[in-house]
Design a protein around this ligand. Structure first.
Ligand code: NAD
Length: 496
């Protein structure tokens, strides 16, 4: 029997007021209905925002270290339930179990990290230009945050947004992806169990247009954090700009790995395989472009395609499986249409390109690992985010051309270089226009203690994760306090 999922509003688990529902299904086997989920609308959003507003003065008045203790408890519960939650991620989203567990581990990491930030929400004290006067800045919360997340990291991404919002003293209305509502519910249950007061985190399930957008537009929502597609992100940024709300939009990527002729080739092949086909290519940091030096091009293509061909596909709950399905029929269609575009553009398909329907895989949304070679930088498959198991390989003459090709897209999230030459890696480090650079490692592997996000169309506003310079700069605002204890009227800029 599928589980009946509820919204969580003001500490109560409730159905959508309109009574409508939708299903969450397992992409590895569409017969498996995991949850029956509330299809919420504006009325549910209104109730959630009302609860978050009422809870705000209470929650923000609790000392930050005490708020941190609740996040610490949440981290402990997550760690205890890691296996079960990892299986939930795999069943609902399709990534293989090792990655499902990794998804949960990110939530554990950031919950511990943000718990610690409760004792480090520091500002600055600086000298005043006048005697008997001091000056400081302090971080204060902003109010009610509307949080919208995608399906590809169903527990990790919600945790990246909810934990910094909470430690800073804000309250939250959370609209998770419609593809992964059960995982989102598990995470909110854990926050409840950890001791959150009613109304501090409210969960509203549903679709973007009917639940997400009313939340963004709601006058009771002060700020919006979104991760998802570029199209939706830029639309929501427009709305937030007009309504003068703070916003953070983390969107797509077209991430390159540069492989130089002096690279450790085996290492580069492994990194490219992990970057290109890990999470079935459905990571914002997926390595969808391999930019390979002409001197080792043929050798690399041969070794890489052999490894890709051998990837074991299937239901990710099976430990032997190395690549799961894409998340939905809609995603499957989108990826297949890009494969057709690549063929029409004249790129050479050397592996895959079709649905994978062997045995039980016919019950899910599988696509073969797909490789195009002789891809030109101007082709759409080299420029647009596909978000599936499709890798484009481009040939370059030297490092200069490699960096030019790497930067020649409208995204700028993650990039990697494989080279044994320190000068090459230093130049790449300086000249790649992205938010995350990996040297002799794949485009995947961010850690929570540093800011996560990108340049150009990948990111608008501050970054996820990290503390100062990262998430805390988004989830707090500055207040500056001058204290004059001279007992006389002192005038800055005038008395000295
Ligand atoms: P999506 O934009 O379709 O959906 C993301 C979320 O937005 C969902 O919760 C959806 O319901 C909601 N939404 C859709 N339309 C909306 C609207 N009009 N108003 C309000 N909310 C709306 O994206 P997706 O397919 O779920 O996720 C894949 C995308 O996410 C990829 O482009 C990927 O690169 C990106 N992503 C980016 C990062 C990053 O940190 N940069 C991380 C992970 C995923």
């Amino acid at each position: 029997m599928p589980e009946k999922i509820k919204n969580f509003i003001n500490g109560q688990w409730v159905d959508a007021t309109g009574g409508k529902t939708f299903e969450s299904r397992n992409p590895a086997d569409y017969r498996d209905v995991i949850g029956i989920v509330p299809d919420s609308d504006e009325k549910d959003v209104n109730a959630a925002v009302k609860a978050a507003r009422a809870a705000y003065p209470i929650w923000s008045a609790i000392p930050a270290p005490k708020r941190g203790e609740i996040l610490y408890r949440a981290a402990e519960i997550l760690a205890k339930r890691k296996q079960e939650l990892g299986e939930c991620v795999t069943r609902e989203m399709g990534k293989v179990i090792a990655e499902g567990l990794g998804d949960v581990q990110e939530a554990i990491d950031i919950s511990y990290y943000m718990a610690g930030e409760g004792r480090r929400l520091s500002g600055e004290t600086v000298p005043s230009e006048l005697a008997n006067k001091d000056a400081k800045s302090v971080r204060v919360p902003i109010g009610v945050f509307g949080l919208i997340t995608p399906w590809n990291f169903p527990i990790a991404i919600p945790s990246w947004k909810i934990t910094p919002a909470l430690i800073a003293g804000n309250t939250v209305v959370f609209k998770p992806a419609e593809e992964t509502p059960v995982c989102a519910t598990r995470f909110v249950e854990i926050l409840e169990e950890a001791g959150l007061l009613p109304g501090v985190v409210n969960l509203v399930h549903g679709f973007g247009e009917t639940a997400g957008e009313p939340m963004v537009r709601h006058p009771g929502v002060d700020a919006v954090a979104f991760t998802g597609s570029n199209e939706v992100g830029s639309r929501l940024a427009g709305i937030c700009g007009t309504l003068q709300k703070h916003f953070m939009m983390e969107t797509g990527g077209k991430n390159p790995i540069i492989i130089m002729d002096d690279a450790d080739l085996n290492l580069a092949v492994e990194g490219a395989l992990w970057g290109g086909f890990g999470t079935t290519g459905q990571r914002c940091t997926a390595a969808s472009r391999l930019i390979v030096h002409q001197r080792i091009y043929d050798q690399f293509v041969k070794a890489f395609s052999k490894r890709a061909e051998d990837l074991v596909m299937g239901n990710g709950l099976d430990q032997r499986v190395q690549m799961g399905p894409v998340v939905s029929f809609a995603q499957q269609e989108k990826v297949l249409s890009y494969i057709e575009i690549g063929k029409r553009e004249g790129a050479k398909l050397i592996l895959g390109g079709k649905l994978y329907r062997r045995g039980k895989a016919a019950l899910g949304t599988f696509i073969e690992p797909t490789i195009f070679v002789d891809v030109k930088p101007s082709m759409r498959i080299a420029k647009e985010e596909i978000f599936g198991p499709v890798v484009s390989i481009l040939r370059v003459k030297n490092l200069h051309e490699a960096i030019k090709v790497a930067n020649d897209v409208s995204f700028g999230l993650s990039a990697a270089i494989y080279s044994q030459n320190v000068n090459h890696t230093a130049i790449a480090e300086r000249d790649l226009d992205v938010g995350l650079i990996y040297i002799n490692a794949s485009t995947i592997g961010a850690e929570v203690q540093l800011p996560f996000g990108g340049t150009k169309r990948t990111g608008l506003g501050p970054r996820d994760a990290g503390g100062r310079g990262g998430a805390l700069d988004f989830y707090t605002k500055w207040k500056v306090i001058y204290r004059d204890f001279s007992g006389t009227l002192q005038k800055a800029q005038i008395d000295n």
